[in-house]
Design a protein around this ligand. Sequence first.
Ligand code: DAH
Length: 340
Amino acid sequence: MKDQLMNIETEALIRIENAKNSKDLEEIRIQIFGKKGELTLLLRNMGNVSQEDRPLIGKIANEVREKIQDSLEAKKEIIHREQLEQSLKNESIDVTIPGQFIELGHRHPLMQVKEELENLFLSMGYDVVEGPEIDTVENNFDALNAPEDHPSRDMSDTFYISENILLRTQTSPVQIRIMKSQKPPIRIVSAGRTFRFDDVDDTHSPMFHQMECLVVDKGVTLANLKDSIDKFVKTLFGEDMKTRFRPHNFPFTEPSAEVDVSCLKCMGKGCSACSYTGWSMELLGCGMVHPNVLRNCGIDPEIYSGYAFGMGVDRVTMVKYGISDIRLLFDNDVRFLKQF
Ligand code: DAH
């Protein structure tokens, strides 16, 4: 019996040594320790061993079992390590292969100008607020003193979603939202998308951008409005830039004006770009907030007054960078966008 045990041990250790993978090891384990395994069958015959030999044989059998088990474990560990090394070798990265060039994006010139404007107004003590692109007819027209028969409400130039909801045609409804939710003093700017049923040409797009400004407080005058606009135009375009106020009509302001700035090409001298007028295209609309608008928002026009203006962000961008066609801003051609 002792010899048989030693044979099992010797053979098992050789087979384990020669095992190539964990499947081989599992087979060996079953051949020895399984239900019909060599060691299992042999130990079933322990009953035939004489009483005095039994402790010794038992001890040897235990040692044989432990040795084979330890050897199996050790080989398992070796195979595992070899497999790991092999897979690391297969998956290794060749750092000498040339890299792939990932083209980085670029801030859109419109967004650069929008942020520049917001930062400028922040530095002048204004708050930057947001308004929704879809708003009510009430906020976009009625509360802004644009009565039901006002031409800007025409279905042919306004995108209606339902009878009472539309894509805002201007950022001015933000004025209503702010005045209805905040008490004066109010000093805000709000920039974003606006929509009108315009045919596309080099200065028109059905989607464009505006920035709205609103100041409401006690004793706000037209002089404050002129001074603020002059200051921000000079900061944005340079000290030589002049502003021109032309009387105009907006339902939500009284008096109202449109503002032009000096032609950037000739700085006011007159050239072919400005048809020898010295002025470039209109930059913004402005005025003193109409008493009806203040009243519509629950603000007493006997106590408070305010000014407002709405500026085309696309226009500012075009003037600033000398872009002659608004479509270039929305084509998203990186060759164009990269230049700014
Ligand atoms: N909302 C006007 C437009 O889209 C621009 C405008 C004019 C805004 C005068 C104002 C303002 O706040 O006071 O044409």
